[in-house]
Design a protein around this ligand. Structure first.
Ligand SMILES: [Zn+2]
Length: 154
């Protein structure tokens, strides 16, 4: 099986980190777009663009239901900007960046519809776990980071 890895394009990682830091009590939820290309590390997902979605949950430390039309928004961004939808990134403001059962369910359902995706989760200590999600399998992949710390274990 191929190796997968990820990288942030210029400025994206700083923007995400800043957004997470400025929302210490709120789970942020962001769609990631970019390209998938061959690199030394294997097949690299390069994140070129991010789009944030509002958190409308009663308890903003957690995210509620994901509105179905978000995927439609992502589809339009791809068409407009000629990019590929890469997946989602969200924060766990009060806990470790380990996927919850809700995260796992959402990731597998999205991958079933959209194909392979990434699911990035950042903890309250800026530790990032980037999961590569296939229809029936999830694994953590490595990536190039400068500001986040990266974890390779669940
Ligand atoms: Zn989560």
């Amino acid at each position: 099986m191929a190796n997968y890895c990820f990288a942030f394009n210029k400025g994206i990682e700083a923007m995400l980190k800043n957004y997470v830091v400025k929302n210490p009590k709120k789970e942020v939820f962001v769609a990631m777009f970019g390209i998938v290309h061959g690199k030394k590390c294997g097949i690299e997902f390069r994140i070129d663009r991010v789009v944030a979605f509002p958190n409308t949950a009663d308890d903003p430390a957690n995210f509620g239901e994901i509105p179905a039309n978000w995927m439609d928004v992502c589809g339009e961004v791809c068409k407009l900007e000629q990019m590929r939808f890469l997946g989602f990134f969200h924060s766990h403001p009060t806990s470790k960046g380990i996927r919850s059962s809700q995260d796992t369910k959402f990731a597998l359902e999205t991958a079933e519809k959209e194909g392979n995706i990434l699911m990035g989760i950042v903890s309250n200590r800026s530790v990032l776990r980037m999961y590569f999600v296939e229809e029936n399998r999830i694994k953590i992949i490595p990536g190039t980071v400068n500001l986040f710390k990266i974890a390779m274990k669940d």
